[in-house]
Ligand binder design. Structure first.
Ligand code: PHE
Ligand code: ZN
Length: 874
């Protein structure tokens, strides 16, 4: 590391701000090659700050300061100090006004933070610390102020000019220019500020709130996308209704706007009244978007909308509290999606994301608590731990308190904290106080990192008719936390009798045990025969359970469990066992064989008349190589790939009739977007994927796959077929990929799919193809979606090819990270992820990955973003 310092920020160092902001008013003059920003801010000494002195520090980075005035007098250069982090001056009294003029260059902004341009249109991204790239300000989330924003621009390229709140004025200026003034009456932190200006169109709709207020809803997009917004609008209205029904929460401004842009670092952003979205989470038509895209849009639109209360009305005191808004809002969007679609399928998807991404993070060098204690670069803490594990922590409170108790806690939280910037502890206190429930031990979920492990042992005494469950919990050491205290965790269980029926062990079929000690035994009386336990129903806590059930028991649960989540879970565990058995055989140099019992269980599952098609589809899906790798002590990418393929190929070959029937039964002529129809499509496409995995598949299967590619009218079916074809050695492969490109070359989101499909192909030559695609006209290192679709997909989703023993994948990724260091370090830092688990591979691979990490860390002017992750990994 050269030239730059990267200090660590600690949670324990939090101090209340010495000054607060009463109001801020901004003027943006958008010019062709720069923008001038005039900020008028009223400051007051914070009465809660004590004797902090009268030094005021304003954050500001990459700004050109034009002038500064205090109480209307221009400040001479010796009255203030400026460095690359900000501006400091001595306050002239307890209350004063600063006017600051800065010049910024949105055209040159490739970081996509602050004010930048996407396809010529202006937009902002201020979370977490982007506002300081617009003007000098106290850029921290506990400074809340009402904003007034005036935008001036050319009528020709900026006919639309938007900001937070309500439009209060607009008019003409000279030279073909015009202005608009927006006022947001709700005091907000600077990270929720937004400005959008450009040549945009909108669709409009209305929503009547439960108290009868009429809200105008608009979605702004480029003209070419105007037909693709209906699903997002529908999702928004559903989310607004749901939040009223489930939480009693009503929208507060008169207008709610969404803007879609192609260049965006994340999924979307909840700016007050003016959400800015990655176009991936807005635009959809059946012919361009898959069922997953549709679900993603519904979930993300809801997520950002829900932030209006959980995030905006009540916000975070400091960035260590990020999960206060993100964990809670993810939980809310998961529940919303579960209510709109299939609840068990939603849960399976959410748990899969947690176990693949978060468990991995929690067992590596970046492991951190849901409420971190320190960071170098806050952008690196928008993690699966803060979001997904954070949501699990909220869910556990929901499980412990029940839906009604949870609602009482939410009501108290808003009653106490509306309009404030608060902490995770404040949230837990509201839950505890509203229910008179002790959550003290529970708060360890916020402070301890690492994934707890539960060991289960069962004992059945037929004479006494007693069944007992002995549970032990432990948590492996993580960086900075060698030892852990026991967690308070809800363990939901059911007991199945020999017919697979639930034994009533409580008023309900499911019982929630509360495990609080390192070891506890729970005894059940009056149990006549040895039951089969359905353990951790609905995944009631984010833990690993040491496998303790036999294949027979798992097959039994897979067929009978009344908890649909656990039915699938049993299927996954069984598949995992079978794949690892094959892996062992391969590693020992032998031939794997597919267990008959497993075959019978899968076959029975297919014939079981499962009426939730999506659920059956889920149960049939084998765990991914990335997930399986996370379960291994020394990862062996080649044999893992071969073992999983073996199981897939064998299953397909031996159940060919069943998979063919599944395909035909679920092939619907008519396209619908209902959960049932989506379930059928997914099942059909999984069947096709199995069938094409057969060694030298019969010609009629190949024909079916090609026909599906050619005739399907919806993108789900088209890409499912295309993905299989791209993975194959079929002669028509190139031609079909070329055909798809010609058809969709003008649709960036479809081109992302085209890149992902090629980057994740398991063919030997994929890395070469990825390198070729780097110089293809549709690719750009400046567009995060493209980087994720090509570089990210290859390195994070193509386990076997990225980890090729020659190490060329490693060198490729390091090159890209170094390149991104100067273009967009935030995205660069995210790309480091596949390297972070390097210690879990064999010696040779470890060596090669470490060399690349060192090459990165020695890069000149390395950003704090990339530095932090690489340094912690080494
Ligand atoms: N706050 C956004 C969300 O979760 C995510 C985000 C973070 C977007 C930082 C941009 C920058 O909804
Ligand atoms: Zn969020």
């Amino acid at each position: 590391m050269k030239n730059v310092e990267h200090p660590t920020i600690y949670r324990k160092d939090y101090r209340v701000p010495p000054f607060i902001v009463e109001s801020i008013s901004l003027i943006f003059q958008l010019q062709d090659d720069h923008t001038d920003v005039f900020a008028t801010t009223r400051f007051r000494k914070n009465p809660d700050a004590g004797e902090e002195g009268d030094q005021l520090f304003l954050n500001g980075e990459d700004l050109e300061l034009l002038w500064i005035r205090c109480n209307s007098d221009e400040l001479a250069a010796n009255m203030y100090q400026v460095n690359e982090k900000g501006l400091s001056l001595t306050a002239p009294g307890d209350s004063f006004t600063l006017e600051i003029a800065t010049r910024i260059r949105p055209d040159a902004n490739t970081l996509l933070e602050g004010l930048y341009r996407s396809n010529g249109n202006y937009c902002t991204q201020c979370e977490a610390e982007g506002f300081r790239k617009i003007t000098y300000y106290i850029d921290r989330p506990d400074i809340l102020a009402p904003f007034t924003t005036r935008i001036e621009g050319n009528k020709s390229n900026c006919p639309v000019m938007l900001s937070n709140g309500n439009k209060v004025d607009e008019g003409e200026l000279e030279d073909g220019r015009h202005y608009a003034v927006w006022h947001d009456p709700f005091p907000k932190p600077s990270y929720l500020f937004a400005l959008v200006a450009g040549d945009l169109r909108y669709i409009e709709d209305f929503f009547t709130t439960k108290s009868g207020r009429n809200i105008c809803l608009r979605i702004y997009v480029e003209e070419r996308n105007i037909t693709k917004c209906d699903h997002a609008m529908l999702s928004l209205k559903k989310a607004m209704r749901w939040d009223e029904e489930v939480y009693g929460l009503e929208y507060d401004l008169d207008i709610f706007m969404i803007v879609a842009v192609d260049d965006f670092n994340m999924g979307a952003m909840e700016n007050k009244g003016l959400n800015v979205f990655n176009s991936k989470y807005v635009l959809a038509l059946p012919e361009t978007a898959t069922d997953n895209d549709y679900l993603g849009i519904e979930g993300v639109v809801a997520h950002e909308y829900f932030h209006n209360w959980t995030g905006n009305r009540v916000t975070c005191r400091d960035w260590f509290q990020l999960s206060l808004k993100e964990g809670l809002t993810v939980f809310r969007d998961q529940e919303f999606s579960a209510d709109m679609n299939s609840r068990p399928v939603q849960r399976i998807d959410d748990v899969r994301i947690l176990r693949t991404g978060q468990f991995r993070e929690d067992s590596g060098p970046m492991a951190h608590p849901v409420r971190p204690d320190s960071y170098v670069e806050i952008n690196n803490f928008y993690t699966s731990t803060v979001y997904n594990k954070g949501a699990e922590v909220i869910r556990m409170m929901h499980t412990l308190l029940g839906a009604e108790g949870f609602r009482k806690g939410m009501d108290l939280y808003f009653a106490r904290h509306d309009g404030q910037a608060v902490t995770c502890d404040d949230f837990v206190a509201s839950m505890a106080d509203a229910n008179d429930y002790d959550l003290d031990q529970f708060t360890r979920w916020y402070s301890q990192s690492g994934t707890p492990v539960i060991e289960v042992s069962e004992h059945f005494d037929s004479e006494k008719e007693e069944y007992s469950l002995n549970l032990k919990q432990s948590c492996p050491p993580t960086p900075g936390q060698p030892e852990k205290k026991p967690f308070h965790l809800p363990v939901a269980i059911g007991l199945l009798d020999q017919d697979g029926k639930d034994i009533r062990i409580t008023d309900d079929d499911t019982l929630v045990l509360e495990l609080k000690e390192a070891e506890e035994t729970f005894v059940f009386y009056g149990i006549e025969q040895k039951p089969v336990v359905s353990f951790l129903r609905n995944f009631s806590a984010p833990v690993r359970v040491k496998p303790f059930q036999s294949q027979e028991e798992l097959a039994f649960l897979m067929a009978h469990d009344s908890d649909l989540y656990n039915r699938c879970e049993a299927a996954f565990q069984l598949a995992e066992q079978v794949i690892f058995a094959a892996l062992e055989a391969l590693q020992a140099g032998g031939q794997p064989v597919l267990d008959d019992q497993y075959l019978t269980a899968v076959s029975a599952n297919i014939s079981g008349g499962q009426n939730d098609k999506a659920l059956l589809g889920q149960a049939l899906q084998l765990p991914s190589e990335t997930y399986l790798a996370g379960q291994m002590t020394v990862i062996d990418p080649d044999n893992l790939h071969a073992a999983r393929n073996f199981v897939k190929r064998e299953l397909a070959g031996r159940l060919i009739d069943k998979f063919t029937a599944l395909y035909l039964e679920n092939d619907e002529a008519e396209y619908q977007l209902t959960p049932e129809a989506m379930g059928k499509r997914s099942l059909k496409n999984i069947a096709l994927d199995y069938l094409m995995a057969i060694d030298a598949p019969p010609q009629e299967i190949i024909d079916r796959c090609l026909a599906q590619y050619e005739t399907a009218k919806n993108m789900t079916d088209v890409v499912s077929a295309l993905q299989i074809i791209a993975n194959s050695e079929l002669d028509v492969r190139e031609e079909i990929l070329g055909d798809f490109y010609e058809l969709w070359r003008n649709d960036p989101l479809v081109m992302d799919k085209w890149l992902i499909i090629q980057a994740t192909s398991k063919r030997q030559d994929t890395l070469d193809e990825v390198k070729r695609l780097m110089s293809h006209p549709v690719f750009s290192m400046k567009n995060p979606n493209k980087v994720r679709s090509l570089v990210g997909a290859f390195c994070a989703m193509n386990h076997v090819r990225f980890h090729d023993h020659k190490g060329l994948g490693y060198a490729f990724l390091a090159d890209r990270i170094i390149e991104l260091n100067t273009i967009n370090p935030q995205i660069g830092a995210r790309m480091v992820s596949p390297f972070t688990t390097w210690k879990k591979y064999d010696g040779e691979r470890q060596h090669m990955m470490r060399d690349q990490l060192e090459r990165i860390v020695n890069t000149e002017n390395l950003s704090g973003d990339i530095f932090e992750i690489v340094k912690k990994s080494l």
